[in-house]
Design a protein. Structure first.
Lengths: 153, 153
DNA sequence: AATGAAATGTCTAGAGC
DNA sequence: GCTCTAGACATTTCATT
């Protein structure tokens, strides 16, 4: 990782649909040079994809929540299978500690949240925190250039 | 929101750098028609941006964690200011319940996590869960077409 | 709100350094 | 690894429906 690639990653973070030509202007490189660098970052698996960010409220999903699940000892496998099938689960983290799974879920109403939790509760104890806002939403630590190995470009 | 816009959002979710021409093929519309629809989705705030997904491990951030923070009664303001300045905080959720903030943090080592937690602990009690994997990582509920209002296209 | 056509801008592959 | 070039492709604008 050199300084130019880091600049490219930061520029893409601002707008992942930016053209190679525009990216090139930012890093003082030609479009083909940028295209090649980005292709390599994709091949190395540093960049794993590109996504739009949505406003879920405006898509009819007014309620999002974090659900911590303390899965019953013998039910781990079953729990994993279940959550893979649940439409409302947007993200799932497998974490250390007794609440081994943290789900981010999106629902249309409190009653559909209630119904979702009922399906989980056969296999786990749940603890639900309603999301009120997301004051920070980045995709990498802000000090990345200080902590990652920078080679000469 | 009509069926075509929903298809566009799903196609962009798979690859937000897809060209309007390619998107047009998927929904049987011309490139200018697609460009205009997407521009309107952006203007309405349904799409709020486009981002690359990174593999943080490959960027020198091998450790990510969720940190729940129970902020001391009188320290909310100060806590909020603090976290805005912390480089390691990638996401912050403001949620209901005593642990009013959930942070997603990325660090290079356990000692830097320890140092981060020390800075938080003056203003809150923390509970840290190390992230081991992320088996689900979507950007909208999978049943969106069943729960959002679909108008005729 | 969509189309087709024209002009402009961007990408990609290849040659050369 | 970079630049440049040229042909292919994509985007944007606009007249039309």
């Amino acid at each position: 990782m050199d300084r130019i690639n880091l600049s490219l990653l930061k520029a893409l973070s601002e707008n992942a649909r930016m053209s190679y030509a525009e990216l090139g202007k930012r890093v003082h490189l030609s479009a083909p040079a940028v295209a090649e660098r980005i292709k390599k970052l994709e091949e190395k698996g540093v960049i794993t994809g590109y996504r739009p960010n949505f406003n879920l409220e405006k898509m009819g999903i007014p309620i999002t929540a974090l659900v911590e699940c303390q899965v019953y000892r013998t039910k781990e496998r079953e729990f994993k299978s279940l959550i893979m099938t649940l439409d409302e689960v947007i993200e799932c983290y497998n974490v250390t500690g007794p609440q081994a799974f943290v789900l981010k879920v999106g629902v249309t109403s409190m009653s559909s949240l209630d119904y979702l939790l009922e399906r989980l509760i056969d296999l786990s104890d749940t603890n639900t925190k309603m999301i009120m806002s997301m004051p920070i939403n980045e995709n990498m630590p802000k000090n990345i250039e200080k902590v990652t190995e920078i080679t000469d470009s």
